[in-house]
Design a protein around this ligand. Structure first.
Ligand code: 5GP
Length: 172
């Protein structure tokens, strides 16, 4: 069940606005491609790109790692690939949360193999104390403690994604 609020909807909204300003200033030249990592990114991605007043393209990739558990299995399976050609394009990879760093490392490798001009990671949340693989997050919402959180796109066994605030998951 839902526990205490870790990041409120108001805090999320101000983080998204700040990130949109930072990213908009970073966009140079041709329209970049925003690639969201499904499914956790959905609300973050759609809230973020609507605040960027520059031409952009969107695509999504889906990988699976967690299943119904709350700890990483450490192996990532590609479920849905991108369809946009990212060769020589600037890519912003949009993640909900970076935990061990395994998923992001694999997704960055997948995108890099298509020869983009640049790849920068945008993540709403990060749990630095859980990191096993070092990853560079160019644009970060906020760091959180080692907690399993749900809401604003983040699930547990596909539930709670539609919850507006981010809560800690409480064992019931
Ligand atoms: P990593 O590969 O960095 O260990 O895990 C990244 C993925 O695990 C995230 O994209 C997310 O789907 C899932 N994940 C990691 N921590 C949490 C968490 O606290 N809550 C939820 N709902 N998912 C998480």
């Amino acid at each position: 069940m839902l526990g205490r609020v870790v990041v409120s909807r108001d805090e999320i909204a101000s983080m998204v606005s700040r990130l949109a300003v930072e990213i908009e200033a970073d966009i140079a030249g041709r329209a970049p491609v925003f690639i969201g990592v499904l499914k956790g990114c959905v609300f973050f991605m759609t809230d973020l790109v609507r605040q960027i007043a520059k031409p952009i393209e969107m695509d999504f990739v889906q990988v699976s790692s967690y299943g119904a558990s709350t700890t990483s299995s450490g192996s990532v399976v590609l479920v849905k690939d991108i369809t946009v050609d990212v060769r020589d394009r600037d890519v912003y990879l949009v993640e909900d949360i970076v935990d061990t760093g395994t998923t992001l490392t694999d997704v960055v490798r997948l995108i890099d193999a298509r020869h983009p001009r640049s790849v920068k990671v945008v993540s709403l949340l990060s749990k630095p104390s859980r990191r096993q693989v070092e990853v560079e997050i160019a644009f970060l919402g906020t760091e959180i403690d080692d907690l399993f959180v749900v809401g604003y796109g983040l699930d547990h066994a596909e539930r709670y994604r539609n919850v507006p605030d981010i809560h800690v998951l409480q064992p019931s």
